[in-house]
Design a protein around this ligand. Structure first.
Ligand SMILES: [Zn+2]
Ligand SMILES: [Zn+2]
Length: 264
């Protein structure tokens, strides 16, 4: 199995050294782990800066690849926190860099962080959801340097109420934009840890993605500590099979490799 969404102490919100995660991944019998530390330019909460030294990151991963070569495969990924006004800045950053895997995530909307709840103030939950997905649609139309969209329905995690609307119309537009470009989505199992009924996205959105022809799907725990690595993966694989997915993807230098779910 492979965990394709893992943070280390290169991320401002994690203190876990990569070694600790790798040791745990070996103990769990994982075949591959992909570090996807945070770069979130212009994050609205100024008390936390999600930027790190990419050269040091590259060196560290190279070093660990050599140390653990016989035990586990280690991949270099990154989780970009996209916002409409940052498209050029991220393009400039990524143009001359090589990553195995890039997650494009939206942790903010209208330059407000979702986390603090500020984004949800003074409007209905439906208006909040729609504003979030409209911004995501803008981003996928304008930003192309990534492999999968991260936790596509993150807005649900921070909204205080549920919406009765499924937002499938706008989600379909997002999928119609990304699927022909060879991009995918992830199933992020951290939602379950945080008390959501399912991972992110929820089952109805996974089914919609499949109906739209989506094939590329990665599985990630979004771990910030080693104890949550591969969280709920076994159950997730069964659920994905039930929704008609046949493959889980991993990435080498941005190119997907497909693994038959029934063999995992
Ligand atoms: Zn994220
Ligand atoms: Zn993450």
């Amino acid at each position: 199995m492979f965990d394709y969404h893992v943070h280390s102490d290169f991320s401002a919100d994690s203190t876990t050294p990569m070694e600790k995660t790798i040791e745990k991944a070996i103990e769990l019998g994982l075949e591959e782990v992909c570090f996807t530390d945070h770069i979130d330019y212009d994050y609205p909460d100024e008390s936390i800066v999600f930027v790190f030294d990419l050269e040091r990151y590259d060196e560290k991963i190279k070093e660990l690849k050599a140390v653990y070569a016989d035990s586990i495969s280690i991949k270099k990924g990154v989780e970009i926190g996209i916002q409409p006004h940052l498209v050029k800045r991220y393009n400039d950053l990524l143009d001359d860099k090589v990553f195995d895997f890039i997650i494009c995530s939206m942790h903010t909307s209208e330059q407000k962080d979702l986390h603090s709840g500020r984004f949800f103030n003074n409007r209905s939950v439906d208006q909040s959801y729609l504003a979030y997905y409209e911004e995501l649609l803008y981003c996928v139309k304008n930003f192309k340097q990534y492999n999968v969209l991260g936790h596509i329905d993150l807005v649900k995690r921070y909204a205080k109420q549920n919406s009765t609307n499924d937002f499938h119309d706008i989600l379909r537009q997002i999928f119609k934009e990304i699927i022909p470009e060879g991009k995918g989505i992830e199933l992020n199992t951290s939602g379950i840890r945080y008390g959501l009924k399912n991972g992110m996205p929820s089952s109805d959105i996974l089914r919609l993605y499949r109906e739209c022809g989506g094939e590329i799907l990665t599985l990630g725990s979004d771990s910030h500590v080693e104890t949550t690595l591969a969280y709920d993966f076994k159950e997730s694989l069964d659920m994905l099979k039930g929704h008609g997915f046949n493959y889980i993807a991993t990435f080498n230098n941005g190119v997907p490799v497909f693994h038959n779910i029934t063999k995992l």
